[in-house]
Design a protein around this ligand. Sequence first.
Ligand code: PEP
Ligand code: MN
Length: 327
Amino acid sequence: MLIVMQNTATKRQIDDVVSTIEKIGLKPQRLPGAQRTAIGVMGNTSFVDHDRIVNFPGVKEVIHVTKKYKLVSREYNPEDTLVKINDEVVFGGKKPIIIAGPCAIESKEQLLKIAKTIKKLGAHMLRGGAYKPRTSPYSFQGMGEEALKMMHDVGKEVGLPIVTEIVSIADLDLFKKYVDMVQIGSRNMHNFDLLQRVAAIGKPILLKRGMSATMEEFLLAAEYILNRGNPNVVLCERGIRTFETSTRNILDLNTLALIRRESHLPIIADPSHSAGRYDLVSPLAKASLVAGAHGLIVEVHNNPKEALSDGEQSLDFETFKSLMQEL
Ligand code: PEP
Ligand code: MN
């Protein structure tokens, strides 16, 4: 249930509504907006006397949120959420945030070279896998803790905040220590224990859509994180599986555009994992921004042909430079 206060409502009137809800035994959450405050009420609200609340001084309207997802919905919070990584990197505003870097971290020299180049070309954040959830157990699995430390040091040296994927709750303390934003990958979107445990460390989270997840399942995964008290979630459309096999995945711009309506959370696009080939990254990146994405995550490698993971979809420096100029 959402109680929308009038824009002239006083603090006292808001406090009165909040304490009434608390007396009923439910948990109100204040949602201050630029125009007016709203009060969200979670849990079974069927026994809240609707007429009584509507008639409270300062109350504009009472809305019953009908969707399965509540905290992430626009019904619940009509204004765009901003997820702030630092003063310059804020997801959800007018400026598109560009995250770039290798699929996997292979060495410190490699990472430093890529980080310096993408920074010079205008990227805002550095990506790179330390723990790689590879489809085959025989593929390169990432350098683990060593790579996390490298990423931390390189990020600081170059002046780029870092985002990297967590695959196990055993690594929570390391992520707490070393990273600015924690990525939850497509293969773990349904790992609800991981979602909740990562939410609890309080860092911003980049949540990628499961490759076969519906929009509702995707938003419910984000709901798990918000429900744990962490509002700093950036969604990522990274392509879904369909009958079409000519590209790795299908970038679902329908859902991206729909999520801009359905949810107040920022959403970015991953044209690299959607396309699976470098020559489609640029058109998909541009289409995503036009469709309403708040940013992009793009794989960039100093020598894609020799990359230990996802080389075929990684941009080399020249191609990334052209993309940034076109954007
Ligand atoms: C990645 O970003 O490196 C990755 C593994 O992506 P996804 O989880 O979308 O497959
Ligand atoms: Mn990859």
